[in-house]
Write a protein that binds this ligand. Structure first.
Ligand SMILES: [Zn+2]
Length: 224
């Protein structure tokens, strides 16, 4: 997601969109908003990776929620857990889209990124890859941080388990919260590094999945 958005931003450069402004800037496709979109997408994958339909709807909800205006709301795919509009409908209170929306010309420009990453086909790969060997990948995470061949203390092992649980359930990005609690801040480069770890984790998972599939097909062909 991050790479796709950055490419679009680069391609647009200083070119003016239909509202006469460039694609970047405050409340538009700023560096901060790119990271936010990436984070939301990554956490959506983690929360919904067991259910392709739900993952499809919630991924598109990121786009349509931002696309909504007071005159033209699109919250069909949103979850009441986080969507302020759905909450306001439930509670009978008023809701103003202005501060939550992103300008439509910006969203129109980045829609191709969503179309490519949030197609059922792309998301199906994520669902398949993540459901494989949940236990195995959890254990390998723990042993990576607390190696078997080195005698590590109970504390190290315990910390490794706790970190593995965070990474396993929430992804590397959530480790930033630990830094935040310990140091009182989380830096830009820490965030970047965690996003990189999360991306490469998804990449490895899907590669591993493809390899297994190929092996399976192979043995099927071979046994014929
Ligand atoms: Zn919504």
């Amino acid at each position: 997601m991050k790479r796709g958005l950055e490419t679009i931003k680069r391609e647009h450069g200083r070119k003016k969109l239909s509202d006469g402004k460039t694609i970047g800037g405050k409340n538009r496709l700023s560096g901060r908003n790119i990271i936010r979109l990436q984070m939301t997408f990554a956490s959506t994958i983690r929360k919904c990776k067991h259910d392709l339909n739900l993952l499809f709807e919630r991924s598109w909800a990121i786009f349509w929620h931002k696309y909504s205006t007071n005159n033209d709301p699109h919250h069909d795919y949103c979850s009441i857990d986080w969507c302020g509009y759905l909450k306001s409908v439930r509670d009978g209170t008023s809701y103003d889209h202005t501060s939550h929306a992103m300008p439509r010309p910006v969203l129109d420009a980045i829609k191709p990124v969503f179309e490519s990453l949030c197609s059922r086909e792309s998301l199906a790969r994520v669902v398949n890859a993540s459901s494989q060997n949940a236990n195995e990948s959890f254990h390998s995470l723990v042993w990576l941080m607390s190696p078997k061949h080195k005698a590590s203390s109970g504390t190290t092992f315990e910390i490794a388990c706790c970190l593995a649980i965070i990474i396993f359930n929430e992804g590397y990005f959530a480790i930033g919260d630990v830094f935040n609690a310990m140091c009182g801040y989380r830096g830009y480069y820490t965030d970047q590094a965690m996003i990189h770890f999360d991306n490469s984790r998804l990449h490895t998972e899907s590669k591993e999945n493809n390899r297994k599939k190929r092996k399976k097909n192979w043995s099927r062909v071979a046994s014929k």
